[in-house]
Write a protein that binds this ligand. Sequence first.
Ligand code: HEM
Length: 183
Amino acid sequence: MTLPPWAKEFSLAVIFASWSASLLFATHQTWTDSQTVEAPKLKRLAASGLAALLIQYLLGAISRNYHAGLACPNFPSCAEGVFPFSFESTLAFAHRWWGVLMLGLFIHFSIAALKSAPELFRSARRASGLAVAQVFLGVGVVMTQLHPDSRLCHVAIGYALWGITLYILARTGGFRQILARPI
Ligand code: HEM
């Protein structure tokens, strides 16, 4: 029996939501009590980081569904030149350059934490490091012609980056009003 294409996306979305919920549950002590860190800039960066990552995951998932992973088989140029010409290559192009653009945001994480939230500097530095690694892994996925191992590492680091960004948002009080309410 073959599953329809949406079934895999649906199960991934469920895994993704469970991973986020478990992470928030496991760390709830750190964001419901006095351990929340007052760092508005870092909080804004973390919220923007999550929004940007969500767009990136959607672009990655759509690329995979349309078998567009190798529509831009070179890096940094696309197949025919620097800019893409088909739907598939536009997807691949958007995914790779959105990822590179996000580097700026994630590197800002460490700078903002160093200045205003030293308690979160280690986590912020990890997020910056994971973002840099993720871009290199993305290039690796293309260069190895979508080798399963490099695909797996790329997806795993992507989820780790989501987790650490979610944690930083929680620690800076991003979920305090919504999640700290008694049920
Ligand atoms: C922070 C940056 C990035 C993040 C968070 C990210 C995340 C992801 C995720 C989650 C997927 C898998 C989607 C799925 O299977 O449902 C994916 C696929 C992919 N990514 Fe990235 N990515 C990033 C940057 C890059 C870059 C810079 C490149 C290339 C230079 C790249 C190349 C690819 C390719 C080719 C695929 C499709 C693989 C396939 O067909 O299975 N990614 N990405």
